[in-house]
Design a binder for this molecule. Sequence first.
Ligand code: 3AM
Length: 184
Amino acid sequence: MRLFVALLPPADALKEVEEAVAPLREPWSSLRWVAPELWHVTLAFLGEVSEDLLPDLTTRLERAAARHARLTLSFAAAGAFPGNGAHARVVWAGVYGERRAFARLAAAIAAGARGAGVPADHRPQHPHLTLARCRRRPADVRPLIDGLSAFAGRPWTADAVHLMRSHQEPAIRYEPVASWPLRA
Ligand code: 3AM
């Protein structure tokens, strides 16, 4: 099964992003916009994981979550992967606030996964919420990023870590497999 670990922001934080993004969907319809019900903040991408690793994996992820405190984060502005958006593949909303704690949590999740034999991506992740992807070739999305530069959402609390299963067919769908609370 294809798995990733994510934070699921509360509905009111996502609503603020949705309000900022809504006017831009139509002028940027050349992009493949991610439906808001799929929005998440990835901590670690685990990839294809064999089901027999799941018990050990979930034990280790639970332990990693229990050692880390809740995070206060907020969404603001936008950016692109890669670079400044001149040849973007992905457009995202930025995640700010306790980013060092976010990085520590993401590293602990990746280490826990590796301990279970899952070669989790451990590249330092720039915390983000993916909003849109370019359909075929990279696009110049700098005006779109400029259009979101004034957006600044209210702070929200990430109080849990979620192990998510990604179904690719017939349409992308994410299924929560397990959730573990972060320390209060
Ligand atoms: O949260 P975002 O959208 O940045 O792009 C995928 C998504 O990230 C990413 O994992 C998240 C949940 O699907 N992803 C998919 N394939 C990946 C890969 N091979 C990947 N991340 C790293 N390597």
